[in-house]
Write a protein that binds this ligand. Sequence first.
Ligand code: NBG
Length: 903
Amino acid sequence: MTSVIDPKAIGKPVRPRRHVRTLTGYTPETDETGKEKWPRGDENVWKEGSRSVNTDVSSVTKSIVNHVQTSLARQAYNLDNLGAYQAAALSVRDDLILNWNETQMHYTRKAPKRAYYLSLEFLMGRTFDNALLNLGLKDQYREGVTKLGFNMEDLLEQERDAALGNGGLGRLAACYLDSSASQELPVWGYGLRYQYGIFQQLISPEGQQLEQPDPWLAGGENPWELPRLDVSYEVRFYGTAERLPDGRALWQGGQEVLAVAYDVMVPGCYTKNTNNLRLWESKPKRGFDLNSFNAGDYEHAVESSNSAAAITSVLYPNDHTNNNESRDRSQLSYTHLVGKELRLKQQYFWTAASLADIVRRFKNIGKPFSEFPDYVAIQLNDTHPTLAIPELMRILIDEEEIPWGKAWDIVTNTVFYTNHTVLPEALEKWPVPLMEHLLPRHMQIIYDIVLHDEGFSCKVHRQAVLLKSTVLTKSSAVEKKFPGDRDRLARMSLIEEGFPKQVRMAHLACIGSRKVNGVAELHSDLVKTTILKDFVEFEGQSKFSNVTNGITPRRWLDQCNPELSALISKTLKVDKSVWLKDLDRLKGLLPYAEDVEFRKEWAAIKQRNKERLAHHVETTLGLTVNTNAMFDVQIKRLHEYKRQTLNILGVIHRYLTLKQMSAAERKKVNPRVVFFAGKAAPGYYIAKLTIRLIVNAARIINADPDTRDLLTVYFLPDYSVSLAEVLIPSSDISQHISTAGTEASGTSNMKFCLNGGLLVGTVDGANIEIAEAVGENNVFFFGHLTPAVEDLRYQHMYRPVPVEEKCPALAKVLDKISGGMFGDGGVYEPLLNTIRQNDYYLITEDFDSYIGALEMVDQAYLDKEEWIKKSIRTTANMGKFSSDRAILEYAESFWSIEPVKVT
Ligand code: NBG
């Protein structure tokens, strides 16, 4: 016996651990006759021991009480609402796990082609209610919880939102997961398990936005996830990449961290299919750096472990602005230096872990890599996961020893790219020196794509490989098609010249993908005619298409507006399990627009939803809301292009107009309550000033006895999915008023219309398709159209006309603000100057027609019966905007996957 331990072995497992799979992945072996063998022990004992989903009230209560006793170690004596929520959630979790387990087993057995949705953001919101509705167990749980002496609504309020996203892009990803499971499609999501989601927003007494971290996991265990500590991969950063003569490279050294999986169960609606969202958490490879530890350098030892853990610690708030004035100077250095590297690290960490997992699962099927695209489709949600392209190349070439041309074929038949913005400032670019430092091998691969064939033509590349020529002229394929067109070569290059040079991620995503799509018709056209125009000319139209976004009617109607959902089921005489998955059935409501009784019920539900919102505002902010007024809502991220500024300037204009009216005139005015909610990126100075203006304008306007019955304004802090669920069903109108051509799609517009709120908007994004679907007479459009925007901007630059001349009504509003009507006018000057000078977002151009549209809204609202008819017709025609339709388009036209029903 020896007592010596080799220091090199410390921290390493005694025996090398194979990747051990628990819960999923095993499929039964068969005997000679083909009959499945029971893997171990007595089959009957196992079967007697297993349980199925709780479906009756008494098994529900039993399971909740069990969790109170054992999981929580509490009793009826010391159980509060939070404890009761936790016990009930754990009970639902048990049910979800049963379905999830069966689903994963079923998919593994069937080995169908699967799709993977890579998204840096999943804005899931709360899970409890959604899970109950999808399982069809809401009533049983409500009854059970009541029997145990609790109130279901109170328990639902205990859950914290999972806010792992910024806005539309992240919420879209969540809707798509719901639809994939509901449509029984074998789709997995891959994302990051941030310790901190999007920041919490507070508003100071002066009206300033303050940010506070969102430690959403701090409350203890999150019942909606399964830690899978056995599923982990090593991910490398930095180091050196040495090219080998055979075309491979050896990437070594640098930092290695561990990616550990957490699985989030995604239940489909009225089906057993329960899909998976796998979120990665970063951990140090060993507890900490043992060399430093042994040398007594504890600080260094802990530092390196902290740096690994930091990778998934926080979600980045998106802060793209089109000029430096908009940005807080103090944030410039921070976001640009430290933040940039960490963000790139996040992106690589997540794509590398996800690909390692996808490749492992594919290898388990035992097929050759040439068939990879027959089993795997990878959807890039925007450019954030674009590194998946060089990473898959790296795996195929360096690890699987597949030649370049074949590898490129595999990649370009597997990957699909969705673009979510054409705003130039939001297109991702990474400095070449940073990429070279952090990901030396990937930079080599990107250069290889540029050098050998610019990635545009495998044929050219194969020739290069055959001829063993290492250097083909840069962009040879493009050069061949467009000889002498140097500008085009420069425009299309993956590398943008400059100091420093930058990698253009949208170009890489485009050439490495099989299909590229935008998210609404207008947006997809703009993608093809602006940012990717050269690529369309080079590769042809067929690679580029449109999939208009969609929303899940489960959360955005049934869950947030249960009374309306019940009325629809009663009226259509079909169970909600049917129409919620076949949303075109809403068309059946159209004839009822003519039915007085139905209209009464419809209006009464809207009224109760307004009261619910008023109650929420009262209990959270202590403010009283006039529920007899029209509710006018704008909720979205604060951004200049979304023009919350236009809205608040319109509100002030309305206020000034009211002030000038006689008492008799005021009597004829339609009372209005305006709600705003949304977060500004912490470093986005101009957007934060807009919040400040809204809050201070609200303070003055709401206190004015002359007008307060007719106009009040609220800024509801800390916008979230859960807040949206209360706001959306209550709206009479909602505002989607981006400068034409800037909002790729918008998805809250769909949610409002589905709930019978009418839309005020510009001819932009999905507004256009909504108007087509519901009828233009049911929406209130205004403003310049996309083709006019560039010319107007040019005029602003070179032939500016003063606001006083162009738009006197607006000039008056701006003067009042400068003059101090809402507190020190000087504070707002930088915001007002963006309008007075340059006016990039065309507020001076659209103001008059915006006010005109709001007047039309007032007119239309006078005729209440006609208004309700519009509301009913709007809901009835929203079938197209179900995320089920959208996900089926992706499944059929892009991924070529089919439903795999779990029976
Ligand atoms: C956003 C667009 C929205 C769109 C969502 C979802 C990004 C980069 N884009 O208009 O601004 O609805 O994506 O597609 O977040």
